[in-house]
Structures are given as structure tokens and as C-alpha cells.
Design a protein around this ligand. Structure first.
Ligand code: NAD
Length: 284
């Protein structure tokens, strides 16, 4: 099992920035990579604000926060990841785009490096097939927002080695996370169950059973969840929810996973949720 001293995180959006923060706070040197320099600026700001909140709540010391910000470096150049021990990908939820990136990472990363994906639903075995090191490819599925949520779902592809699994498990525990393990089937554990519920909430709205507020209040108070499913969909991103339900539909071949037309229409209209200021709800 390798000792992880340097991590690369690709994608500085809501997930990648949170994952980079976890590694930096754990005392690991991090390169955060995004093609979009504005995304890197937003990520740096959000990480700075978030570690300051942890300090003011007494959850980390000022010294840990200062060192975390020193541990973090941003770049748009993938070649900067040459010496990373583990690279965690958190870019758009598209199999083709992820495979292209993994094939590039396979060329750039040192031979011992582990390549992990934060994919919500795409097959790790298929992503690994784009590399010459499938035994060093693994799923590391953080929950949103990564600095707060306790769980990391670890997904083993068909060829993932025990050594890769143990290195990633130990790193997740160093981040303060609790892990669960899933076999490599569509949606893994959490999204296999969560996303059909969100899709069903859209059908409930689409067929006029109830208002969005009553659907959310019903599920919040009726099943003791902190957020209703439509509110949660806006938080996750409606585009991300749609990609995942499509993966379940194709991968499991059951019509019960067909995407709700209302979810499709919102995504077509650019109503992607909180990140765009509008989804099921509108945000100020
Ligand atoms: P996001 O849209 O907030 O961020 C994606 C970032 O990746 C953007 O900043 C974009 O500029 C960058 N990017 C895209 N292609 C790139 C490339 N080739 N190289 C470098 N940067 C690139 O997305 P997100 O919500 O952070 O989701 C990222 C991944 O995490 C997806 O696979 C998603 O399924 C997964 N995930 C999302 C959630 C969630 O709740 N949103 C939860 C768990 C996992």
C-alpha cells in the first residue's frame, strides 16, 4: 500500500474543489486542474471560505487551515500531474469525455500512480479500459459537499487490485471519511437508490399529483430527510441527475428508469439547478 504524498484533482467545480480541500486539509500537496481559469478562481475562493468556516467552528486549527491553503496549487496544465501519487477526476459526467481524459492521464501520470474517478454512475471498468493500467483505476465517489458529507463510496472495477483499493481506502480515512464498497454496476449503491427517487419526484410533479413544495415537504417530514427530492435535485444539478438516470436506464435495461420528460425539458432549457440560479426552484 502506497503512502500518498501528492494528489491531483481534475475539475474545479463543486465536487473537485471540495475534494481538493479535503486532501489539502489532510496535509497532502494538491494540484487542482481545470481548463477554465474562472473555475479555478471560484474554487480557490470557495476553499478559502470553507476552511475559514471550519476554523471559526473550531473544527480545525488556524495552523491546519493556513497549511492547507499552502498545500493547494491550481493549474490548467495536466502535465503538472506527473508526480502525483493519486489523481482524482471530477469533470463532466460523460463516458466519452472521461475516457479521453483517462487515456491522456495514463500517458502523463507516473507508472505507479492510481487514477480514481468521482463518477456518480459510469462504469469504472469501461473508464479503466481507456488506460494501460486497469488494476490502478478505481471509483472514489464523494458525496456533495465533500468537506461535509461523511461517506465515500469506493467502486472496484473488474481489474482493480487490492493494493489500489487499500491505498484509496486509507486515503479516504485520512480525509475523515467512512467508506462503503460497491461492485461496478450502474449507479453503484447510493445513486442506484437515490436517483430513481428523484426521477419519481419529477414524475409526481409532471403528472400533477402535487406542487413542488408539497412533494418536498411530504418527503422531508414524511421520511425524515434533510432536503426534499426536488430541492436535492437542484443541489446536485439537474444535468447530473439526468445523466445518471440515463446510465441506469441503458445499463439496467428496465423502463422503470426512463427519464421523466419534465427533467429532460428543464435540462434542455438550461434550468440546471442552484449552480445556474434556476432549476425546479429559482435562487436569488
Ligand atoms: P461541475 O460542473 O460543478 O464541475 C466540473 C468542472 O470540470 C468544471 O469546472 C469544468 O470546467 C471542468 N472540466 C470539464 N472538463 C474538463 C477537462 N477535460 N479537464 C479539466 N477540467 C474540466 O460538476 P460537479 O458537480 O463537480 O461534478 C463532477 C463529477 O462529480 C461528475 O462526474 C459528477 O457526476 C460527479 N459527482 C457529482 C455530485 C453532485 O452532487 N454534483 C456528487 C457526486 C459526484
Amino acid at each position: 500500500m502506497a503512502d500518498v504524498k501528492s494528489v491531483g484533482v481534475i475539475g474545479g467545480g463543486q465536487m473537485g474543489s471540495g475534494i481538493a480541500q479535503l486532501a489539502a486539509v489532510a496535509g497532502i500537496g494538491v494540484w487542482l486542474v481545470d481548463l477554465d481559469s474562472e473555475a479555478l478562481k471560484r474554487a480557490t475562493q470557495s476553499i478559502t471560505n470553507s476552511v475559514q468556516r471550519f476554523v471559526s467552528k473550531g473544527q480545525i486549527s488556524r495552523e491546519v487551515a493556513t497549511n492547507a491553503l499552502k498545500n493547494l496549487k491550481c493549474t490548467s496544465n495536466l502535465e503538472d500531474l506527473q508526480s502525483a501519487d493519486v489523481i482524482i477526476e471530477a469533470i463532466v459526467e460523460s463516458e466519452d469525455v472521461k475516457k479521453k481524459l483517462f487515456s491522456e492521464l495514463d500517458r502523463i501520470a507516473k507508472p505507479s500512480a492510481i487514477l480514481a474517478s468521482n463518477t456518480s454512475s459510469i462504469s469504472i471498468t469501461r473508464i479503466a479500459s481507456a488506460t494501460s493500467r486497469p488494476c490502478q483505476v478505481i471509483g472514489m465517489h464523494f458525496m456533495n459537499p465533500p468537506p461535509i458529507m461523511k461517506l465515500v463510496e469506493i467502486v472496484r472495477g473488474a481489474d482493480t487490485s487490492n493494493e489500489t483499493f487499500m491505498t484509496v481506502k486509507t486515503m479516504a480515512e485520512r480525509f475523515g471519511k467512512i467508506i462503503v464498497c460497491s461492485q461496478d454496476y450502474p449507479g453503484f449503491i447510493v445513486n442506484r437508490i437515490l436517483i430513481p427517487m428523484i426521477n419519481e419526484a419529477f414524475f409526481t410533479l409532471y403528472t400533477g399529483v402535487a406542487t413542488r413544495e408539497d412533494i418536498d415537504t411530504g418527503m422531508k417530514l414524511g421520511t425524515n430527510q434533510p432536503m426534499g427530492p426536488l430541492e436535492l435535485a437542484d443541489f446536485i444539478g439537474l444535468d447530473v441527475c439526468l445523466s445518471i438516470i440515463k446510465v441506469l436506464h441503458v445499463g439496467l435495461g428496465d423502463s422503470k428508469y426512463r427519464p421523466c420528460p419534465l427533467l429532460v425539458q428543464y435540462v434542455d432549457a438550461g434550468r440546471l439547478g442552484r449552480k445556474r440560479g434556476i432549476g425546479v426552484y429559482t435562487y436569488g
